[in-house]
Design a protein around this ligand. Structure first.
Ligand SMILES: CC(C)(COP(=O)(O)OP(=O)(O)OC[C@H]1O[C@@H](n2cnc3c(N)ncnc32)[C@H](O)[C@@H]1OP(=O)(O)O)[C@@H](O)C(=O)NCCC(=O)NCCS
Length: 163
């Protein structure tokens, strides 16, 4: 078994059977993700296993974003210019119920970070930002180094490429 990431291909990947336990995240993949990808709203990256390339183990979606400078914690604001902070938004992250607890959520997060860092060769990206669905999801992001924003309880950010 070799895991791989790919951009969602609506003709290849089986979306209808994906279930992660949160209906809104299943519905996004099934009904919106393809359209958003075609329209330049967000890209959806799926994790699959090369033995069964059509089966989606998990997915995340990414889009360009910005964060108010004042949402960063004081230490992270240092030396930044006084305008909005360029960001990538991790709009959604979900792992199929039967595949949870195997490290795939962590892998998808690492992939989102790598994609964001790769973009820095072409445009400024300072943070990866996420709107957690609830406190349980926020705990997952905090465990992986995300920091709370000052203003919005469930919006968290991860500084990228900072020592
Ligand atoms: C939350 C979710 C993405 C985690 O994915 P996963 O593949 O089950 O998690 P992993 O196996 O990669 O776990 C990695 C680590 O995070 C921890 N973790 C997993 N879910 C957690 C949670 N909700 N809160 C805190 N820690 C969590 C694991 O214990 C593990 O820690 P360890 O490395 O110390 O053992 C997945 O459970 C899921 O899709 N849930 C439903 C949708 C959802 O809540 N999405 C959140 C995005 S808004």
């Amino acid at each position: 078994m070799a895991l791989q990431f790919a951009l969602l291909d609506t003709r290849l990947h089986k979306r209808a059977s994906f279930s992660c336990g949160i209906p809104s995240l299943d519905a996004y993949l099934q009904q919106r993700a393809g359209q958003h990808q075609r329209d330049g709203i967000a890209t959806t990256h799926v994790l699959t296993d090369d033995g069964e390339r059509t089966c989606i183990l998990g997915y995340c979606s990414l889009a360009a974003a910005q964060l108010s400078l004042h949402d960063l914690q004081a230490a992270d604001r240092r030396r930044l210019p006084a305008y909005p902070v360029p960001a990538v938004r991790l709009g959604r992250l979900a792992v199929a119920t039967e595949a949870q607890g195997k490290g795939y959520g962590q892998l998808l997060l690492g992939h989102a970070m790598n994609c964001s860092l790769a973009l820095r060769g072409q445009l400024g990206v300072r943070v990866l930002v996420v709107d957690a669905l609830d406190e349980r999801a926020a705990a997952f992001y905090r465990l992986h180094g995300f920091r709370d924003t000052a203003e919005q309880a469930l919006t968290l950010y991860l500084p990228l490429g900072v020592g």
